[in-house]
Write a protein that binds this ligand. Structure first.
Ligand code: FE
Length: 201
């Protein structure tokens, strides 16, 4: 069956498989994508920060899972540094291949911020010659909660808020309970994203 590119990701909650899916908008890949990164689930490399779990689902335009598709995630560490750009190493970078359900899970850190941008994650999905990129954003209330914690708190809140960021899109904001840092135990909060950011082809 021929699968054609559709300019959008699909958002589907894992529990809603088989139901209608909603396209997720594309956004520029930006200048800091690096291809030569480890294939792995855990991107943290022992760095401090609030753990963040993401589970992504990649689907075609009929919401069927796409298997074996490369999904890259990259972002800054808690101090706003990109590995391979302004710090050595490969921290907070990695890729996975989607499983038989079209899913890819990551364990990483809630990102810090750098001066020109509001906090964000970068995602890139590649299936053959087709590439889709987007960015994900966080409610400022969630930023306030996370950035009050070490090691983020010495840098305070971002200079650029969501509404001041030229790339920000409210429909790439992930509202809802999965972005709420939920303490698993004191000093060990978690932010979760059980929803997906799947690619439509
Ligand atoms: Fe960035």
């Amino acid at each position: 069956m021929k699968r054609r590119a559709l300019l959008g990701l699909f958002l589907a909650l894992p529990l809603a498989r088989g139901q209608a899916c909603t396209p997720t908008p594309a956004l520029t890949q930006g200048p800091y994508y690096l291809r030569d990164v480890p294939e792995r689930e855990d991107l943290r490399e022992g760095l401090p920060g609030v753990p963040l779990r993401l589970r992504l689902r990649v689907q075609d335009r009929a919401c069927r899972p796409l298997v074996g598709v490369r999904v890259d995630l990259w972002h800054t560490d808690a101090l706003g540094r990109y590995s391979g750009i302004n710090a050595p190493g490969t921290f907070c970078r990695g890729f996975r291949r989607t499983d038989a359900e079209g899913q890819a899970a990551f364990l990483t850190l809630f990102p810090g911020w750098y001066p020109s941008r509001t906090p964000h994650l970068h995602l890139r999905v590649e299936a053959g010659a087709q590439v889709f990129a987007t960015q994900l954003f966080f409610p400022e209330e969630v930023q306030r909660q996370v950035y009050a914690l070490p090691p983020y708190r010495e840098r305070g809140m971002p200079r650029v808020g969501n509404r001041q960021d030229g790339l920000f899109r409210a429909d790439l904001l992930r509202p809802g309970p999965w972005w709420r840092p939920t303490p698993s135990r004191p000093g060990k909060p978690w932010a979760r994203c059980p929803g997906g950011f799947p690619r439509g082809f």
